[in-house]
Write a new protein. Structure first.
Lengths: 537, 376
C-alpha cells in the first residue's frame, strides 16, 4: 500500500485525515448586492446611433415591457470573483474526494482530455440552428455514437434528443402512450406498472404522461414480486417501466418473466438503464425482451453535467417503435448526415433543439478510448469494487444491507443503519455530516425510505483499493463514534463547511421558498432590507 | 401550518405495573387480580427500567426542559435516576397505583399545559390517557406494556426519547393515530378480540417518508386528500359504500362534505350519509337489497385490514360484498411502516380469511396504486 511520508498509512491501514475545510461564512449573492455597484460599465450609445435607431424599447408592445427593473444583484467584479472562489473552496466535488457516497449517480472519474475536447472552439462555437452542411463533423459523431448504443443495448434506433434521464423516461412513457393510441387503445390502456426500487422518475413521468401508476413492492429477497405483477396486469396495462438492477443493487433474475407477463397482457416494456455501469457488455435490454430503454450519458458514459444540466438521456427503441422516437433523429444517406424532423408519428421534442452535442462528444471519446472489451472491463471492475465495499461495510458495527442476504450486488448497495440507530440514536444523515469532517461525501437515499436509515454507496470503476479502504475506515470510525460518543456525530459537522439544515420550512407552506423572490415575499421585506445592510459591511 | 406552542414542559407518567403480566405469560396486566397473580408468579416490574432507557435519551436536552411528573414509581423515580430534578405533582399510594392515578395525572398535566405528555405503559395505559385527555394535548407512548397494538407508541423506549426531543425542539409535527385495545380475557382463551378505542395526537416522525413531497406537518393530510380525491372520483351511483373506521377513510367522507364517525362504520350512498355507526345486523339488512363496496384502511404499524376495530364488517358481510368490491386505501407512509410484512385479516372465519388473502390493489394517492399481499 502507498505510504505518503509514513503518515497517511500505518500497519497497512489508512489513517484518518486531519481534514479541515474552508469556511467563509459567505452570504448568498443577492445578500451581497449593494445599490449602484457595477461589475461592468456599459458605455452609453453614441448619439449618432441613438438618433438613427430611436427608442428601442418603444418598439416592444406595451404589454411585453416590464414594469420594474429586474432585481439582479448589483456587485463589482472583484467581489463576484471572491464570492465564487470562496464557494468553490466549500465543496466536496467529485474531483476532490473519494466520491463513492453518491450512489445511483455513478460518480466516476471523467478524463479531463474529453472535457477539453468538448471545449474546443470547433465544438463550443457551433450553433444548433447552423446549416447541416457546416456541422457534418458533430453529426457524424452523434450518428456513430448511436450505432455504439445500438450495439450496447440491442435496440434498433436511438434518439439523443432528451436532455436528461427524466426526459428520456418521459419520452418512454409518451412512446408507450403513442403506441397504444396508434392501435386505438389509448383510452383502455391507462396503467403503468413500476417497482418501488425503480428510480422514482419512472412513476413520476408515467403520471405526468397521464397514466395511472401501479407500484410493486419487493418480496423478502428484495426482488419485485412476480405474483404481484400478475395481479397488477390486465387489459388496462399500458406498460412496464422498470430499473434493473434496482436501486438496491439487486438484479432481478426473473426479469424475462416480467417482460413476458406484460407482453402477454398487450403492454410494452421500458428498461430504465440510466445507470448501466454494472451491465455493459454483460446483458442487453434486447435479449431480455424490452421494447424501449434509455441511458444517461452523464452517468455510465462519463459525461458529467455541470450543476444539474444539460445532459443526455439517450433513448432506444425496437424497430416497431422507432417511428415514435423524439425528433430529430440523425440519418446518413451514404454521403451526408441529416437531422430528420419529418416523422409524423414521433412524440415530438421533449426539450428544445436536437440534443446536447458536447455531452455526446465526451461520451463518444470515452467509449472510443476503451473499446468494446474496455467497456466490459469497466463493468467488471465496478461490480468487483462494489462487492469489496459491501463486504467491508458489513463488517462495520451497526451496518446492514437489507434483502438478498449473502448474495452479491451489481454496481451499488442500499445499506441500512437501522441497527446503529436503534443502538445509539444516531441517524444516517448524521453519519453523512460527520463523514464530511474527514473530507468525504455521503448520501442517504431517494425518498420514500423503504430501507430504514439508508445510505447508498456506488464505488464505480474509478477507485482503487486504497481509496475504498480509506472510505471504509472513515465510515468505521464514525460508526464507532456513534457507539462511544454519539454527541460528536450528532453535532457534526465540526471541520467541514456543510451546515445542519433545518428541514421544517420545507413542510410549512407559510415558510417554504424555492426562489429568492419567494423568500423575500414571505419574509418581512423591511426586516430583510435591514439584514441586507448588516451583511454587506 | 406550524402552531407555536410552549415546548419546555414535558409531562411524564410511568405506569409502574405495565408489562408485569408479560414475562409470566399472562398476556396483559389489566386489573388487580391479574397483577396479584403476576406477583405470585414471580414477575418483576419492567416499567421503570424501560422508562429510564427512554429518558436517558432526553438527558442531553436537560437544560432546556422541565419534567413534570407524579410521585415515586409513577415517574419521579425514573426522572431522578436519569439525573433530572422533576417538578412532582399529585399524590399516590405507593405500591397500590391504579388506572385512576394515570387518568388523574394526565388530567392534571393537561391543566398545567405541558407541551408533551410522555407515558410509559401498554395499550391499557394508552386507553386511560385517552379517557383523560382525548385529543386535547399531544402525547407519546413509551412501550413498556405487554400488549402494544396501538400506534401511539414509539417502536422502542429509545425512539420514544428521541421523538420526544425532536418534538420539543419543534422539529416534527403531529398526527392522529389509533388507540387499540385487545380484550385480555378473551386473549387468555386464545381469542384475539380488539376494538378501536379512539385516536390520540402524537408527534410525527417523518424520517421514513418523503420529505418534500408530502408537505404537511399535520401528518399525511395531503396524501389522504389525494386518496380521497381518487376514491370519490371512482364512486358509482348504484353502489352503497360501507366505510370502515380511520383517518384515511374519514378524509373520503370529508371530501364528500359528510361527517363520519371516526371509530365506527358508516354507509354512504349517492354522496349522502345513509348509515352512521352501523352494526353487523344493519349491514346485512342493507346487503339484502343493495349492491355495496367496502372501503377500508389498515391499522398503522399492525397492518390489520379486517378483524381489528371493524368487526361490524363481519365475515358474513364480506362474503356478501365479495372480494372484488373491497377498496383498500392507505397512505404510502402506513404501507412503508409495515416494512414488507403483509396486510393481515382475522375475521373470525378462516374460509373468509383465505378468500381475502393474496394480492390486492391498494389506493395510495391520486392515480396511484400499489399491489400488496394480504395474509392471515
Amino acid at each position: 500500500m502507498e505510504d505518503i511520508a509514513g503518515k497517511r498509512y500505518a500497519k497497512g491501514k489508512p489513517n484518518l485525515r486531519r481534514f479541515h475545510e474552508a469556511k467563509w461564512d459567505e452570504p448568498i449573492i443577492f445578500e451581497l448586492s449593494k445599490e449602484g455597484e457595477r461589475g461592468i460599465l456599459v458605455p452609453e450609445v453614441e448619439d449618432e446611433i441613438k438618433n438613427e435607431v430611436g427608442d428601442v424599447v418603444s418598439t416592444l408592445p406595451e404589454k411585453m415591457r416590464r414594469k420594474h427593473l429586474p432585481e439582479l444583484p448589483e456587485i463589482s467584479q472583484p467581489r463576484v470573483l471572491r464570492h465564487y472562489l470562496r464557494l468553490s473552496q466549500e465543496t466536496l466535488g467529485t474531483d476532490l474526494n473519494v466520491d463513492v457516497g453518491q450512489g445511483t449517480c455513478t460518480m466516476k472519474y471523467s478524463p479531463k482530455i474529453n472535457e477539453q475536447l468538448a471545449r474546443l472552439p470547433q465544438m463550443a462555437e457551433i450553433h444548433p440552428l447552423q446549416d447541416e452542411d457546416t456541422v457534418q463533423g458533430i453529426l457524424e459523431v452523434m450518428y456513430k455514437f448511436e450505432q455504439i448504443l445500438k450495439e450496447i443495448s440491442g435496440m434498433d434506433q436511438f434518439s439523443l434528443q432528451p436532455g436528461g434521464g427524466s426526459q428520456a423516461i418521459y419520452a418512454n412513457a409518451s412512446i408507450i402512450r403513442a403506441y397504444h393510441a396508434s392501435r386505438g387503445e389509448s383510452a383502455q390502456r391507462n396503467e403503468i406498472v413500476t417497482t418501488i426500487f425503480s428510480h422514482p422518475s419512472n412513476a413520476a413521468c408515467a403520471k405526468t404522461a397521464g397514466f395511472k401508476v401501479i407500484t410493486l413492492y419487493p418480496d423478502e429477497d428484495g426482488y419485485p414480486d412476480l405474483e404481484a405483477l400478475k395481479a397488477a396486469t390486465s387489459k388496462r396495462t399500458a406498460g412496464l417501466m422498470i430499473t434493473n438492477p434496482e436501486d438496491t443493487g439487486i438484479f432481478n433474475p426473473k426479469i424475462e418473466e416480467f417482460v413476458k407477463v406484460i407482453h402477454e397482457a398487450g403492454g410494452l416494456c421500458a428498461h430504465d438503464q440510466a445507470n448501466a455501469n454494472g451491465i455493459l457488455g454483460i446483458t442487453r435490454a434486447r435479449e431480455t425482451g424490452f421494447d424501449l430503454c434509455h441511458f444517461n450519458l452523464h452517468k455510465t458514459f462519463s459525461s458529467p453535467h455541470g450543476c444539474g444540466g444539460p445532459a443526455v438521456g439517450a433513448i432506444g427503441a425496437i424497430k416497431e417503435l422507432a417511428r415514435f422516437l423524439p425528433v430529430p433523429v440523425i440519418e446518413f444517406d451514404g454521403k451526408k448526415y441529416h437531422l430528420n424532423y419529418d416523422k409524423p408519428e414521433s412524440i415530438g421534442r421533449v426539450r428544445s433543439f436536437c440534443g446536447v452535442a458536447p455531452v455526446v462528444l465526451k461520451a463518444y471519446a470515452w467509449v472510443m478510448s476503451l473499446g468494446a472489451e474496455g467497456l466490459k472491463e469497466v463493468s467488471n471492475i465496478a461490480v468487483l469494487n462494489n462487492n469489496y465495499l459491501l463486504k467491508k461495510i458489513l463488517q462495520v458495527r451497526g451496518a446492514g444491507a437489507p434483502f438478498a442476504k449473502g448474495k452479491r450486488r451489481i454496481e451499488q448497495v442500499r445499506y441500512s443503519w437501522e441497527k446503529l440507530t436503534r443502538d445509539t440514536g444516531v441517524h444516517s444523515e448524521e453519519i453523512g455530516l460527520r463523514a464530511a469532517d474527514f473530507g468525504v461525501h455521503y448520501w442517504t437515499s431517494h425518498h420514500p425510505w423503504i430501507v430504514p436509515e439508508p445510505c447508498t454507496l456506488e464505488p464505480t470503476e474509478s477507485y482503487s483499493k486504497a481509496d475504498l479502504d480509506e472510505y471504509v475506515e472513515i465510515i468505521r470510525h464514525v460508526a464507532r463514534e456513534a457507539y462511544v460518543n454519539p454527541e460528536v456525530v450528532k453535532t457534526a459537522p465540526h471541520n467541514s463547511t456543510v451546515h445542519k439544515i433545518d428541514h421544517t420550512p420545507l413542510d410549512d407552506p407559510s415558510r417554504w421558498a424555492m426562489t429568492w423572490r419567494a423568500y423575500r415575499k414571505k419574509v418581512n421585506k423591511e426586516q430583510n432590507r435591514k439584514k441586507l445592510q448588516f451583511n454587506i459591511y | 401550518m406550524v402552531t407555536k406552542v410552549e415546548r419546555e414542559k414535558l409531562g411524564l407518567i410511568v405506569n409502574p405495573i405495565a408489562g408485569i403480566g408479560g414475562r409470566v405469560g399472562l398476556k396483559g396486566s389489566d386489573g388487580t387480580r391479574i397483577q396479584q397473580r403476576a406477583f405470585e408468579l414471580g414477575a418483576a416490574p419492567q416499567s421503570l427500567n424501560r422508562a429510564v432507557r427512554g429518558i436517558e435519551r432526553i438527558k442531553p436536552s436537560k437544560g432546556t426542559l422541565e419534567i413534570v411528573t407524579y410521585p415515586a414509581e409513577m415517574g419521579e423515580d425514573a426522572a431522578r435516576k436519569c439525573g433530572f430534578e422533576p417538578t412532582v405533582i399529585g399524590s399516590i399510594k405507593e405500591g397500590q397505583t391504579t388506572a385512576e392515578d394515570t387518568k388523574r395525572a394526565a388530567r392534571e398535566m393537561l391543566s398545567l399545559k405541558v407541551s408533551l405528555l410522555l407515558f410509559s405503559g401498554g395499550d391499557g395505559t394508552a386507553r386511560d390517557v385517552y379517557d383523560a385527555v382525548g385529543q386535547e394535548m399531544t402525547v407519546l407512548g413509551l412501550p413498556a406494556g405487554v400488549k402494544i397494538y396501538s400506534a401511539v407508541f414509539a417502536t422502542n423506549p429509545e425512539t420514544a426519547g428521541d421523538l420526544a426531543v425532536l418534538y420539543l425542539q419543534g422539529k416534527c409535527g403531529i398526527q392522529e393515530v389509533e388507540v387499540i385495545d385487545i380484550d385480555e380475557d378473551a386473549l387468555r382463551h386464545g381469542v384475539v378480540s380488539s376494538r378501536l378505542y379512539g385516536y390520540l395526537k402524537v408527534p410525527f416522525e417523518r424520517r421514513l417518508i418523503q420529505r418534500s413531497k408530502v408537505p404537511s406537518l399535520s401528518g399525511d393530510a395531503e396524501a389522504m386528500d389525494a386518496i380521497a380525491y381518487e376514491v370519490t372520483d371512482r364512486m358509482e351511483e348504484d353502489y352503497f359504500y360501507i366505510i370502515g373506521p380511520g383517518t384515511t377513510t374519514r378524509a373520503i367522507t370529508s371530501k364528500l362534505g359528510l361527517n363520519k364517525t371516526l371509530i365506527g362504520v358508516d354507509v354512504v350512498s349517492k354522496g349522502k350519509l345513509v348509515g352512521v355507526d352501523v352494526n353487523e345486523a344493519q349491514l346485512l339488512k342493507l346487503l339484502r337489497r343493495h349492491k355495496a363496496k367496502i372501503i377500508v384502511t389498515p391499522i398503522g404499524g399492525q397492518g390489520f385490514l379486517f378483524g381489528r376495530g371493524n368487526q361490524q364488517i363481519s365475515p358474513e358481510v364480506i362474503k356478501k360484498v365479495g372480494r372484488q368490491n373491497i377498496v383498500v386505501v392507505s397512505t404510502p407512509e402506513k404501507i412503508n411502516s409495515l416494512r414488507g410484512r403483509p396486510l393481515l385479516v382475522d375475521t373470525g372465519d378462516r374460509a373468509v380469511d383465505r378468500m381475502l388473502s393474496g394480492y390486492i390493489s391498494v389506493i395510495t394517492g391520486c392515480k396511484e396504486e400499489i399491489i400488496y399481499r394480504i395474509s392471515y
